[in-house]
Ligand binder design. Structure first.
Ligand SMILES: *Cc1c(COP(=O)(O)O)cnc(C)c1O
Length: 374
């Protein structure tokens, strides 16, 4: 029998979450962001659930190739654009749209020999100071692109630094709108958080006054499609009406009975203050379970909530079996996502225990974990 650990990618919840994004942005088309191998889900595994999107957005030419190999003929957008001039040939061959965020990328386009002009998304740095042209240089970049025979349609793009938090998007949105006011072209401005919290009709549970009305031709939905709340813990995925799309499950492969003063695992970081039954679980950091989770991190055993105790090791973790007296060797353990019983352990809660976000956990699911689709 293979080591008892596996992940499951859930097709119906992917479809459901995509529908939630459509409700959040009813007048926009939706890019399903599938970078980082669909946030660790596997592009091929997530495709069936996401094929109802209007386009796929990603970073890597190889990933674009994989989306085309699945038979997708609609739009594909490279969110960071090209990295060298040769990449433009593959853009032509695969019919990719690409972001242009710096002068060097315009230089490459000017050198590109093609009879088929390309569609580009001109990115503005409206305040995040990562990729994009500063507002003062944006219009000149637009004019330069517009003069190139290699370019046909120019769309306009920016990205918010604080769509998930208190600062909000108003300031950046104002900069973007002011700079682009009389430029033609479709617009795309926001990620999941912006779409859920700041859309024309912010979805429940967003209670505040929307700091800005984000309306756009395209929204770029990533994390929400994968059932994690972009603004956790302010709001949870369940509050947003999002369903988990990845479940990681293992089994109890050993049981230990501790007495007061006994410790568990490396570094003896956990010491029992009384008798305690411990389950040893076939999942560790080499499977993608975060090593920074410490005693108290929530875990489901047989669908019932309990906690991690002691340090996470490479191939195992140890859990408290006192709340689940019926559990023993072979019991199902859910590290995140949905248990066989239907009980849910939100990935965001496990991420918080590790001082990180749901994004990182799903992206870090290890290659060695067998993964199926349901
Ligand atoms: C990753 C990414 C997104 C998606 O962000 P989420 O927070 O996962 O919704 C949107 N836009 C750009 C430019 C990105 O790189």
């Amino acid at each position: 029998m293979p080591r008892p650990i596996h992940a499951t990618i859930h097709t119906d919840p992917l479809r459901h979450n995509l529908q939630r994004m459509r409700e959040a942005a009813p007048d926009s088309r939706v890019w399903a962001v599938v970078k980082a191998n669909a946030y660790g889900h596997g592009i091929e595994r997530a495709f069936e659930g996401l094929r109802g999107a209007d386009g796929f957005a990603l970073l890597d030419l190889d990933e674009a190739e994989r989306v085309r190999a699945l038979g997708w003929r609609g739009p594909i957008l490279l969110l960071e654009g090209v990295f060298e001039v040769r990449d433009l040939e593959r853009c032509s061959r695969l019919d990719l749209w690409h972001t242009v965020h710096c002068e060097e990328q315009i230089d490459m386009l000017a050198m590109h020999k093609t009879n088929v002009p390309q569609r580009v998304f001109l990115k503005m740095n409206s305040g995040m100071n990562r990729l994009g042209f500063a507002p003062a240089r944006y219009r000149a970049a637009w004019t330069r692109l517009n003069a190139l025979p290699q370019v046909d349609e120019i769309s306009l793009m920016t990205h918010f630094s604080d769509a998930d938090g208190a600062k909000g998007v108003a300031q950046q949105l104002a900069v973007f709108e002011q700079t682009t006011r009389d430029l033609p072209g479709e617009r795309t401005v926001g990620n999941s958080a912006a779409s859920l919290r700041c859309g024309a009709t912010p979805l429940q549970p967003f209670a505040g006054t929307p700091t800005a009305l984000v309306t756009a031709d395209w929204v770029r939905a990533g994390i929400a499609l994968y059932g994690s709340a972009p603004d956790f813990p302010a709001n949870s995925a369940a509050q947003w009406g999002l369903q988990p799309t990845m479940s990681l499950r293992a089994k109890i492969i050993g049981v230990q009975q501790l007495q007061a003063g006994d410790s568990v695992g490396y570094g003896s970081s956990f010491v029992a203050d009384g008798p305690l039954r411990i389950g040893v679980v076939s999942c560790g950091y080499a499977d993608g379970y975060p090593r920074h989770c410490s005693t108290g991190t929530p875990v489901l055993v047989g669908g019932a909530p309990t906690r991690l105790v002691g340090r996470v090791s490479m191939d195992m973790i140890t859990v408290d079996l006192d709340p689940v007296p019926a559990a023993g060797f072979g019991s199902e353990v859910t590290l995140w996502g949905r248990a066989a019983s239907g009980a849910v352990l939100p990935i965001d809660e496990v991420a918080r225990a590790a001082g990180t976000v749901g994004y990182e956990l799903m992206c870090a699911l290890a290659q060695r974990v067998p993964t199926a689709v349901d």
